[in-house]
Design a binder for this molecule. Structure first.
Ligand SMILES: C[S@@+](CC[C@H](N)C(=O)[O-])C[C@H]1O[C@@H](n2cnc3c(N)ncnc32)[C@H](O)[C@@H]1O
Length: 269
């Protein structure tokens, strides 16, 4: 099987993807508790600390979970072998997922280093390899994991966008961490720009709440989006964590044919 992708910088850090792990556990509780759960951490980088973290978090709720760290760089696969433990192993693989049929794929800070035109094929390959009912979470975050954004997708295409905000900063600070499919579209006329602009406006208007709690301020700003016509796929407990999830269709780029798994361009929909 041909390994699809290219070796890129291996930057990573401990705890970087903890927010994504909490979100996965909260959003897919039944899937993650399957006795035969197979999860892939794709592109774990120079040291597999995000993979060991995913394994530990999943094993807390599912003692039979198996996690495979896949990396395209053979040297990184070899170096990771020392981190293997029951239910945790490392293999060479790319977007084709090395012949595995996982229920969950997390690919973080991987596509960031590719061209936007590569996104569609990468999403499609990963989604096609999923076990039935599985999900791919593809996104980007800063080195500390305080700011991030990710797309959840399956065989039918992209489903949602989640923004993980830093409650101390204006919501649009997340713009620098948008997934590859959106990062070049944060401009006038695009839905993602309108979402971040609306969020910032609400957040600015709620400055008084920030005196008590920056998290309350963000949560109130997210709640107010509903009144502006945005549909939100999650609720107050996530908003208090400074996270929000919207349907992908609400933020899909206007000017790209690169993000639709069906091959139909976003403009023609
Ligand atoms: C910046 S590191 C990200 C590490 C970790 N996921 C994180 O978020 O901290 C990106 C890693 O992805 C690997 N990579 C790039 N393309 C890949 C692909 N198609 N399949 C598997 N690994 C890939 C690179 O070799 C690199 O080690």
């Amino acid at each position: 099987m041909k390994t699809v992708g290219v070796v890129t910088r291996g930057t990573t850090s401990v705890r970087r993807l903890r927010r994504v792990e909490r979100w996965l556990l909260g959003t897919y509780p039944a899937l993650l508790r399957r006795p035969d759960l197979l999860a892939v951490d794709l592109g774990y980088g120079a040291v597999p600390v995000t993979t060991t973290s995913l394994h530990a978090r999943l094993r807390e709720v599912n003692p039979t979970a198996t996690v495979v760290g896949l990396e395209i760089d053979p040297a990184r696969v070899q170096a990771a072998a020392a981190w293997a433990s029951p239910g945790l192993r490392f293999e060479r693989g790319g977007f084709e997922l090395a012949g595995l049929r996982p229920h969950v794929v997390r690919a973080f800070n991987v596509l960031r280093q590719y061209d936007e035109s590569d996104v569609s094929a990468a999403w499609s390959l990963m989604a096609r390899a999923l076990a039935p009912g599985g999900v791919v979470v593809e996104g980007t975050c800063d080195e500390s994991g305080r700011l991030g954004a990710w797309v959840a997708l399956d065989g039918a295409g992209p489903r949602s966008l989640t923004l993980a905000l830093d409650p101390r900063l204006p919501p649009s600070a997340v713009a620098a961490r948008l997934p590859k499919a959106l990062i070049h579209h944060n401009q006038e006329g695009e839905a993602i720009h309108r979402l971040l602009t609306d969020l910032d406006a609400q957040w600015r208007g709620l400055a008084g709440l920030g005196v008590f709690s920056p998290r309350q301020r963000v949560a109130a700003a997210v709640r107010a989006l509903g009144g502006l016509g945005w549909s939100l796929l999650d609720g107050p407990s996530r908003w208090r964590r400074a996270e929000l999830t919207v349907p992908w269709d609400a933020v899909a780029p206007q000017r790209s044919g690169a993000t639709d798994l069906t091959g139909e361009s976003a403009r023609s929909r």
